[in-house]
Design a protein around this ligand. Structure first.
Ligand code: NOJ
Ligand code: NOJ
Length: 475
C-alpha cells in the first residue's frame, strides 16, 4: 500500500512558491557586499526548495523525509522520526503561508503523505519494540542494525507537529479529515496523534538515547518536548470529546515537570542535558550541550514554562557560546559571531566518530533563533528587569555598566538599545551560515573547525528547516 513517488520535482519548480527559476546557479546568491537581508531572502528560497526536494525524492515511498540526499559517506538516506517531525513542522508553516490554491494543494498533499507514512512507521515492527525507533528505510521497512535505541523524543515531536496541524485544519472546518487521519478518541489508538500520545504518556519515565543518538539516560530535550506534546495533545483531545484522555495526558505532563526540575537543580544555574546516564558514550564531562537550547525552541509554548528569557536558559547559552568560541579555531579568525557545535567533547566529524567534532549549522542557527526570540519576547513585554545573568548577557552583546536590580521600560533608550543588540547578536550567528554555507544555497551538516568549509551530509534537510525557523523568528 506504500505508494512510490513518481511525480518529478519539476512540478515543484513549475511555479509553486513562485519559484519561476530552477535552483540558483553557483554564485547567484552573492556574498560580497550583500547585507544580511538580501542574502537571507535568497537563502530562504533556496532552503525551501532544497527542503521540499528531500521530501519523498524519486524512488522513495510517499511521505518519506530523507535526512539528506547523501547515500554514502555518510549515508543519511533514511527517514529519521525526529528530523522529519521538525521539518514537517516547517512545512506546516508553509501551509499557513501559502498564498495561492496551487501551492496550498501541493503542501496539503505532502502533509497527507507524511501522516500516512508516519502511521506506517508506527505499525512496523522494529528493534525498539515500540514508537521510539529512531529511523526507517526509505521503502518504509525497519532498520535492522545496531543503533542508539530507543529515541523517545520522536513520537513527542511528531505529535507536536501534527497537533498543530490538527488545530489549523479544525479552524478551516476540516474536522472530518482530522478525525479520519489524525485523532479519534478510540482506545486502543488507531490514529497517528493518539498513538503518539499514548506512547508518550505511558513511556515518559523510560530512559532513552539523546537526540545525538549517543547517550542513554534521562534527557532534558526529550522530557521537555514530551511535556509539550502531552499538553497540546490534551487540548486537542478535549476539543474532540476525549475528556478522559485529556485528563490523563495533562496529569502525566504535571508528573514530568517534577523530573524536568531536576535538570536545573544545581548551584551553577545551568541546565544539565542528561541525568542518570546508563549507557552510550562516556566522555561528556562538561555537561554543556546545545540540545538544551534546541529543547527550549522545540518545546516553546505560551505557558511561560522555560521561556527563552529564563535565566537558566540564558546562562546555559552564554556558557555554551563561551566554550565553543574558545574551542574552534575558525571562531578566532575575525568573523563576527560564534559557530556552535553539539557539545565540546564531540568526536563525530560528519563521516565517522573518534575524530575532532565540528560546529554544526542546526546548532548555530538555533542560537540565532534564540536571540531573535529573546529580543521579540522582551520587546513584547515592554520591560527588562536586570538580573546578574542578564547583566552578563548585556556585556556579551557589548552593553556595559548595567546593575542587577535595574529595570528598563520600553520608553527608555537603553531598552531599545538592548533589543537592537540582541537582534544584532542573532544576525551574527545567522551570518555565519552566509559565511560558511555554499554560495548556491546548499547547507551541509557541519562547518570544518579549522577551515570553515562545509563538511558532512550535504543539504541536510534539518539545516534548511532550521535556517527557516531562525529567519522567520527575525522578521
Ligand atoms: C545525527 C544527529 O546527531 C541526529 O540528531 C540526527 O537525527 C541524524 N544525524 C540525522 O540527521
Ligand atoms: C483510557 C482512556 O480511554 C484513553 O483514551 C486514555 O488515553 C488511556 N486510558 C490512557 O492510556
Amino acid at each position: 500500500m506504500l505508494r512510490l513517488r513518481t511525480r518529478y520535482f519539476s512540478l515543484l519548480l513549475g511555479g509553486v512558491f513562485f519559484l519561476s527559476v530552477s535552483k540558483p546557479a553557483i554564485g547567484a546568491l552573492g556574498k560580497i557586499g550583500d547585507d544580511l537581508s538580501t542574502w537571507a531572502g535568497a537563502q530562504e528560497k533556496s532552503s525551501i526548495e532544497r527542503m521540499l526536494f528531500n521530501i519523498s525524492p524519486p524512488g522513495t515511498v510517499l511521505g518519506v523525509v530523507v535526512a539528506s540526499p547523501s547515500q554514502h559517506n555518510p549515508n543519511y538516506y533514511y527517514h529519521w522520526i525526529r528530523d522529519a517531525a521538525l521539518v514537517m513542522g516547517v512545512v506546516v508553516d508553509l501551509y499557513l503561508r501559502a498564498t495561492n490554491a496551487e501551492t496550498k494543494k501541493y503542501i496539503h498533499e505532502r502533509l497527507i503523505d507524511y501522516i500516512s507514512f508516519s502511521r506506517t512507521n508506527q505499525l512496523t515492527p522494529n528493534m525498539s519494540g515500540g514508537l521510539g525507533e529512531p529511523k526507517f528505510l526509505v521503502d518504509g521497512s525497519a532498520y535492522l542494525e545496531p543503533w542508539g535505541r530507543p529515541q523517545n523524543d520522536g513520537p513527542a515531536l511528531r505529535a507536536i507537529t501534527l497537533v498543530r496541524l490538527a488545530e489549523i485544519w479544525l479552524e478551516e472546518g476540516k474536522e472530518e479529515l482530522v478525525r479520519k487521519v489524525l485523532y479519534r478518541p478510540e482506545f486502543p489508538a488507531n490514529t497517528v496523534i493518539k498513538s503518539d500520545l499514548e506512547f508518550v504518556s505511558h513511556h515518559w519515565w523510560d530512559k532513552s538515547y539523546d537526540i545525538w543518538e549517543e547517550v542513554s539516560g534521562h534527557q532534558f530535550y526529550t522530557r521537555l518536548v514530551q511535556r509539550r506534546s502531552l499538553l497540546e495533545g490534551a487540548l486537542l483531545a478535549e476539543r474532540l470529546g476525549d475528556g478522559v484522555a485529556s485528563y490523563w495526558y495533562r496529569k502525566q505532563a504535571g508528573l514530568l515537570e517534577e523530573q524536568i526540575a531536576k535538570h536545573s537543580a544545581n548551584l551553577r544555574g545551568l541546565i544539565v542535558p542528561t541525568l542518570e546516564r546508563n549507557s552510550g558514550i562516556d566522555y561528556k564531562y562538561s555537561d554543556l550541550d546545545s540540545s538544551v537550547i534546541l529543547a527550549i525552541l522545540h518545546a516553546v509554548g505560551d505557558d511561560g514554562y522555560f521561556p527563552v528569557t529564563d535565566d537558566r536558559v540564558i546562562q546555559t547559552a552564554l556558557k555554551l557560546q563561551d566554550s565553543f568560541q574558545k574551542l574552534y579555531p575558525i571562531n578566532n579568525k575575525g568573523y563576527r559571531g560564534t559557530v556552535i557545535g553539539r557539545y565540546p567533547e564531540d568526536r563525530y566529524n560528519g563521516y565517522s566518530t573518534g575524530q575532532e567534532g565540528n560546529p554544526w549549522l542546526i546548532t548555530t542557527q538555533a542560537f540565532a533563533e534564540l536571540y531573535y526570540r529573546m529580543a521579540r519576547a522582551f520587546e513584547r513585554s515592554g520591560e527588562f528587569a536586570l538580573t546578574r545573568v542578564r547583566c552578563d548577557l548585556l556585556e556579551s552583546v557589548g552593553i556595559f555598566g548595567s546593575k542587577k536590580g535595574e529595570k528598563l521600560y520600553a520608553s527608555d533608550p537603553k531598552f531599545k538599545a538592548v533589543i537592537k543588540a540582541l537582534l544584532n547578536q542573532g544576525d551574527h550567528f545567522l551570518g555565519r551560515t552566509q559565511t560558511h554555507g555554499y554560495p548556491d544555497g546548499g547547507l551541509s551538516e557541519q562547518v570544518n573547525r579549522y577551515s570553515g568549509y562545509m563538511q558532512g551530509a550535504r543539504d541536510l534537510t534539518w539545516s534548511h528547516s532550521s535556517f527557516l525557523t531562525a529567519i522567520w523568528a527575525r522578521y
